[in-house]
Design a protein around this ligand. Sequence first.
Ligand SMILES: Nc1ncnc2c1ncn2[C@@H]1O[C@H](COP(=O)(O)OP(=O)(O)OP(=O)(O)O)[C@@H](O)[C@H]1O
Length: 304
Amino acid sequence: MAGAAVLAGVTKSYGTVRAVNGLDLRLDQGKSVALLGPNGAGKSTTIAMLLALLAPDSGTVEVLGTSPERAVRDGRIGAMPQSGRLISGVTVRELLAFVRRSYAAKARARAKAVPPLDELMRATRVTDLARRRADQLSGGQAQRVRFAIAIAGAPELLVLDEPTTGLDIEARRELWASVRAYAAQGGTVLFSTHYLDEADAHADRIVVIDRGRVIADGTSDDIKQRVPGRTVSFDLDGSMGTLDGLPGVVSSEVRGNRAKLHTTDSDATVLALAGAGAVRNLEVTGAGLEEAFLTLTGSQEDAR
Ligand SMILES: Nc1ncnc2c1ncn2[C@@H]1O[C@H](COP(=O)(O)OP(=O)(O)OP(=O)(O)O)[C@@H](O)[C@H]1O
């Protein structure tokens, strides 16, 4: 099966800044993929090439078995850019009706149908905003409308660049519910985010990029397992002396009466703690996605 998108050996520079540096990435149809990476890693540049907004300097970018330009022109990609004002002087309903109409013929040409307007508004939770002016919405409301625009043409691939930046918890939750509904119907989703919990919760696969290259690629669990070591947490009870020198411990932190030790040998650490009688509410956990992300991107920094 053709990939939903295939990037091979892609590079892109802005003057002397190499934003994307030999990137290889394949997106499978029907999967949701999160693109993670520190500021300036090349996420937006990669997305811009998938959307035909930028051309690579070298390498190839293929989307839905064709060129990005063609896929965009045929209405096969839905995109939600990081920002951008909605058109002024029309209501939300008028705006969505217009977008939907303008995609209808293209959808028919590839044996798809654009969703009925009321269904589109319901699915994206904008029914209550139907009569509101599109240029007078809050950030969260406008983002819902942008999402509705992105899926109005029944796209096969949805590309979301930091879709929830600046949204409150409720707005984030609502947006993800809409994204999941789209994915549940077989759509392919690529989203970039700085919120690791979103990648953890909403992606089948996480691709970490740094300095324009893929440095980790797998499920959330795969990525967590890339980081050796465990965290041992327990309640301090005053009688415990120093935490220094416990076997396996590489770092420690104390918050209130709870201690958290990062260890490369949790068995030895736990035995030593038991010997010292410090086992109240003892808990051993693996690395979280945040620790994995910091370790992965940090080690790249060391290699510079
Ligand atoms: N228009 C531009 N002109 C010059 N340099 C640019 C331009 N756009 C991006 N860059 C540089 O290219 C690199 C990659 O930027 P890009 O926006 O793709 O990263 P990102 O991963 O999306 O970052 P962020 O998480 O901060 O949005 C950075 O060093 C950035 O400063």
